[in-house]
Design a protein around this ligand. Sequence first.
Ligand code: CO8
Length: 260
Amino acid sequence: MSYENIILDVSEGIGTITFNRPKALNALNQALLKEFSDALDAVSRDEEIRVLVLTGAGEKAFVAGADITDLATFNALSARYFSGTGHGVIGKLQELAIPVVAAVNGFALGGGSEIALACDFIYASETATLGLPEITLGIIPGFGGTQRLPRLIGRNMAKELIFTGRMITAEEAMTIGMVNRVCPPEALMGEVMETARKMASMGKVALRAAKMAVGRGLDVSLANGCALEIDAFSLCFASEDAGEGTTAFLEKRKAVFKAP
Ligand code: CO8
């Protein structure tokens, strides 16, 4: 499939989606969101892809938010439609069975931060700026920011950032637990790919089970989460990878996971 606003690359089991409207700092218009949604469908259908990476084209931005030229034309009805569409796409991203890493290479603002927040974790360039500045436009986050940010960094810090619209550096984002690692700009993709390759080399069933247990577990009580872990743990033993991993350890060799 060919895209105009994103690029989808697949290499060595790792898919990379690059948001590609650099002149508008990769802002999210409806065409881009539709292509992103289609690309996520393609990724979830492709059994070869074990890890997905998201990043932005150009040196300045990951995604600088929803396209403000579109927002300026909205009424309450079209805003509801666009917000609902965005939630659908970002929900699809969060529901992918494989790990997803956001490589935040520059501005990740508004909808850009909201996409990164739906990934499993974020690595950012030292030059990146993150934030939810919607309040400065007279609106609020509409792609999940009011829900995912407090769940990730805590209620009060999230409220401060959402109520003031203050943009933060990658370093501050790491301090508050929004970003896992900060890298020099030229090292960002190398570090993201190294981590992606490491995850891709793990057993496919175990990787999916781990993501499912953590993700679903956060939405339920501890007791239900632990019950869910028991199911996910036992599922791993239905794959030959568990036999390979434990045998390789005992034979003092590196495990080679082959389960389809
Ligand atoms: N939308 C459209 N165009 C944009 C956007 C955007 N979000 N951000 C930047 N651009 C464009 C600029 O207009 C400019 O275009 P041009 O060259 O044609 O004038 C080009 O990108 C370069 O930008 P700047 O010249 O402004 O670059 P600076 O380095 O001076 O500033 C900033 C960079 C700080 C990133 C600045 O561009 C900025 O503040 N951008 C807007 C950031 C923002 O407020 N984002 C949040 C948007 S709201 C949102 O995301 C809501 C999501 C949920 C929506 C739910 C829908 C109902």
